[in-house]
Design a protein around this ligand. Structure first.
Ligand SMILES: Nc1ncnc2c1ncn2[C@@H]1O[C@H](COP(=O)(O)OP(=O)(O)O)[C@@H](O)[C@H]1O
Ligand SMILES: [Mg+2]
Length: 246
């Protein structure tokens, strides 16, 4: 099952997706995909990183002769992708890296598409921390989202922006089975109108997550997200996991 996150910068996508990854990895094998070039999912999860898909892509476009004559390009790229895979406890991490630059990347993207098609089914869950544009989904490098989770700040503007992103996903041809809106970082109980607005705009499944000082404390210490299991944040994300996995 592919669970993809989307939302504008700073709303909590990486924080929530990394906590969700930890939660799911207690029981199942999870592929974590960092698909936001401005993200640092590896550091949030406390995992080593060994290069990016973007790096492999740029290497190949700059020097197609890199591929030894004895192996096919598909084989070569698949192996390089596996080399960059960072292995943790029940979690493997793949970093997409910077988006493509000039030049023709169609072939490399075709190959990457095949790599993902092969890789994703090895895991029970793939959790993708996207940037707002959902580039890898829209280019179909990532095949689809079984669940697309939009994250919003606790404002009316934020909820409307999330709803627009949901429309954008349709416009760019992203295949989505299920959409969930997470309203994050909520300071008090007055969030009812935000949920109503989300529902009115077609986002019927809404999860609310309160501001949690455990998260703030972690962010003040460094990149690693390590909140207690009984914290409100961990409990809320556990609820999100339950909603997604059924
Ligand atoms: N529920 C929460 N409570 C407290 N702080 C939060 C919460 N969710 C996110 N944050 C903080 O908000 C900031 C942005 O979160 P981040 O996950 O990096 O956003 P994004 O990935 O969407 O850009 C981080 O400093 C994070 O610690
Ligand atoms: Mg992020």
């Amino acid at each position: 099952m592919i669970i993809a996150f989307a939302g504008k910068g700073g709303v909590g996508k990486s924080t929530i997706s990394s906590q969700l990854i930890r939660n799911l990895a207690k029981r199942d094998l999870v592929l974590a995909v960092d698909a936001d070039p401005n993200s640092n999912l590896g550091e949030k999860l406390g995992m080593e990183t060994y290069g990016t898909i973007g790096g492999i892509r740029n290497e190949l476009v700059a020097d197609p002769g890199k591929v030894p004559a004895s192996v096919s390009k598909q084989e070569y790229i698949s192996n390089r992708v596996l080399q960059t895979l960072s292995e943790g406890d029940n979690v493997d991490l793949l970093i997409m890296g910077r988006p493509e630059g000039e030049g023709c990347y169609c072939f490399v993207n075709d190959v990457l598409r095949n790599c993902f098609a092969e890789l994703v089914p090895r895991y029970k869950y793939a959790v993708v921390d996207n940037e707002a544009g959902m580039e890898h989904l829209s280019r179909k490098v990532l095949p689809k989202a079984d669940v697309l989770v939009f994250v919003s700040d606790p404002t009316m503007t934020g909820v409307r922006t999330a709803a627009r992103l949901s429309t954008l996903a349709d416009e760019v041809g992203v295949t989505v089975d299920r959409r969930i809106l997470v309203i994050n970082n909520i300071p008090n109980q007055n969030y009812g109108p935000l949920v109503d607005e989300a529902n009115r705009l077609g986002l019927k499944e809404v999860v609310t997550i309160f501001h949690d000082d455990h998260v703030t404390d972690c962010a003040m210490q460094g990149e690693l997200l390590d909140v207690p299991d009984d914290s409100a944040f961990a409990q809320s994300v556990a609820g999100l996991a339950k909603l997604i996995t059924g």
